[in-house]
Design a protein around this ligand. Structure first.
Ligand code: SAH
Length: 241
């Protein structure tokens, strides 16, 4: 660990607590599954995943130095494949039914989650460590509607599993962390419609809904601000859209 100087630009906060790592991995079944790990770093979570006997594990790591170290570390292990790329420039299309696991780089965690929804047909579950604040932003069961909650609800069942103290990382992040889980739904989504709708409806969250959209639903709903409506009300509008 000491030989690696963590890069702030890549949000490198390495896990150093085995109990927590085990607790994270226990949120899903690994045996015989295809695991896709984003930002494995030095392989701390990877080692624990491997103990649970996945069928394959694909690691995608942007940092050239870390990717080289991982290639050395796992050179004897045929189940491990290392991709030295940026997840934001990588399209998951060649795998099916994968479980995505990541202690996400916090500076781009929201971007990564939104991008992965586009590959939902290939994904079964996603288990992520994120900033606590981000974990709340995606929780459609909490008040204050936003586009992240809406998009999450369309794509997945969302569970906030547990919170994590900053002490289990090196270096310690300044923020609290949480483990969250997305179980991808089996439904069909019209992405164009969903994106179009959310761009319009969440454009001016401080204005009344009727200011953003011209639609024939109950005035009680249309007179509210979009961040004040419930998920149920939002879905009513969406169905009329
Ligand atoms: N999983 C490790 C490291 C987490 S830190 C652990 O828990 O200890 C975040 C990791 O994501 C780092 O290894 C960092 O290099 C990597 N990373 C940052 N941006 C990335 C990107 N765009 N694509 C892939 N990996 C990235």
């Amino acid at each position: 660990m000491q030989k690696i100087k963590p890069k702030k630009s890549l949000s490198q906060n390495f896990l150093i607590d085995k109990n927590i790592a085990n607790k994270i991995i226990n949120q899903t079944k690994i045996e015989n599954k295809i695991i896709f790990e984003i930002g494995p770093g030095l392989g701390f979570l990877t080692d624990i995943i491997l103990k649970k006997k996945p069928k394959r594990i694909i690691l995608i790591e942007k940092d050239n130095l870390l990717a080289r170290k991982l290639k050395e570390k796992y050179s004897d292990n045929k189940r491990v494949e290392i991709i030295n790329k940026d997840i934001l420039r990588y399209n998951i299309t060649e795998f099916k039914n994968i479980i995505v696991i990541s202690n996400l780089p916090y500076n781009i965690s929201t971007k990564i989650i939104l991008k992965l929804f586009n590959f939902r047909r290939h994904i079964k579950e996603m288990i992520f460590m994120v900033q606590k604040e981000v974990s709340l932003k995606f929780d459609y069961n909490l008040p204050k509607m936003n586009k992240y909650k809406f998009i999450t609800y369309l794509n997945a069942e969302y569970i906030r599993c547990f919170d994590i103290s900053a002490n289990v990382f090196y270096p310690k992040p300044k923020v609290k962390s949480s483990i969250v889980k997305f179980v991808i739904k089996n439904n069909k989504i019209n992405f164009d419609k969903a994106n179009n709708f959310s761009n319009i409806i969440f454009k001016n969250i401080r204005k009344k809904i009727s200011n953003n959209i011209n639609i024939n639903v109950n005035n009680n709903i249309l007179n509210k601000r979009v961040d004040k409506i419930t998920l149920k009300e939002l879905l009513i509008i969406y169905n009329f859209f």
